[in-house]
Design a protein around this ligand. Structure first.
Ligand SMILES: NC(=[NH2+])NCCC[C@H](N)C(=O)O
Ligand SMILES: [Mn+2]
Ligand SMILES: [Mn+2]
Length: 317
């Protein structure tokens, strides 16, 4: 049991939404993330904290993995159709969980599904804010992206940045995220085009430099002050496991050295839990096939589960 009260989920009901999808980036294996996380006992762990859980598999009858390609389309991005379709299904699942007063815990899968989860959280409550925990800003647009990988673009779609450059497949995405409603923690690999966007829109972004300078406690406080100053609005926590240093979380697709310690990474989730304002959460980019050893798989999957448990109320004492 956990003592933390969840203002937006007082009945402590959660829906684990699986997003076994890899089309937002070229590597195979990230679609296995949900299976490994569930096999590790994630659902039981949340029940142990007092949550009543269910699992939703909105991508169940799809076969996106077989349709994946490495070619850019005329808009400069890859796998537009399957990313859009997958996101639409996840979007519906998150909306439906929220409208039944359940906390959506979306487990990926790659981070392209952020388009779906963030826009759904904001549709449900336009006052919601987003904390994006990541080594990357994921705010490229079809115009700025060098890789063409859509897991590097979810935020721009929901903000409507460079919207004249979007493939028509993304016309359904509600452009409901405002620049003062998102803050980043953990950044250390941001493309030049993304840096320009962060500056232009004045988006609060805390890199590893800020974590070192101020300490993680202060950084989380500053991030919350920026997006949720009165501590009254729901928080969508979008957690890319690559925010944590690859020495703790090796099995992920875009590793960047110099990341959060495991404790710093879990502290962020604990601190969001303590606000009592968690509205929805994503845990993404666990790729068991990129592990070199069994231990790598175990470390990464355990960290992903621990992020979820901390956000849903696990405390050390
Ligand atoms: N969700 C992630 N791991 N994103 C990595 C993105 C890397 C790079 N900025 C790109 O756009 O391709
Ligand atoms: Mn990342
Ligand atoms: Mn990411």
């Amino acid at each position: 049991m956990s003592d933390i009260q969840y203002k937006f989920h007082p009945n402590k009901k959660a829906t684990i939404i699986t997003a076994p999808f890899s089309g937002g980036q070229p590597k195979g294996g990230v679609e296995l993330g949900p299976e490994y996380i569930l096999k590790a006992g994630f659902e039981k762990q949340l029940e142990h904290l007092g949550w009543q859980t269910e699992v939703a598999n909105p991508l169940e009858k799809t076969n996106y993995e077989a349709q994946k390609s490495n070619d850019k389309d005329s808009f400069g991005v890859k796998n537009t159709k399957i990313v859009s379709e997958c996101c639409q299904k996840i979007h519906e699942a998150v909306r439906s969980a929220l409208s039944s007063d359940r906390l959506p815990v979306t487990i990926g899968g790659d981070h392209s599904i952020g388009t779906a989860t963030v826009s759904a959280a904001l549709e449900h409550n336009p006052d919601a804010c987003v904390l994006w925990i990541d080594a990357h800003a994921d705010i490229n647009t079809p115009k700025t992206t060098e890789s063409g990988n859509l897991h590097g673009c979810p935020i721009s779609f929901v903000m409507g940045i460079d919207s004249d450059s979007y493939p028509p497949e993304f016309a359904w995405v509600p452009q409901n995220l405002k620049a003062n409603r998102i803050a980043y923690i953990g950044l250390r690999d941001v493309d030049d085009g993304e840096k320009a966007i962060l500056k232009k829109y004045n988006i609060p972004a805390f890199s590893m430099y800020h974590v070192d300078k101020y300490g993680i406690g202060k950084v989380v406080e500053m991030a919350l002050d920026a997006v949720n100053p009165e501590r009254k609005n729901p928080i969508h926590l979008s957690y890319d496991v690559d925010a944590i240093d690859p020495s703790f979380v090796p099995a992920t697709g875009t590793r960047v050295e110099g990341g959060l310690s495991l404790r710093e990474g879990l502290f962020i989730a604990e601190e969001i839990a303590h606000t009592g304002l968690l509205g929805s959460i994503d845990i993404v980019e666990t790729n068991p096939l990129l592990a070199e050893t069994e231990e790598h798989i175990l470390d990464t999957v355990s960290a992903a589960c621990a992020i979820g448990r901390c956000a849903l109320g696990q405390t050390l004492l």
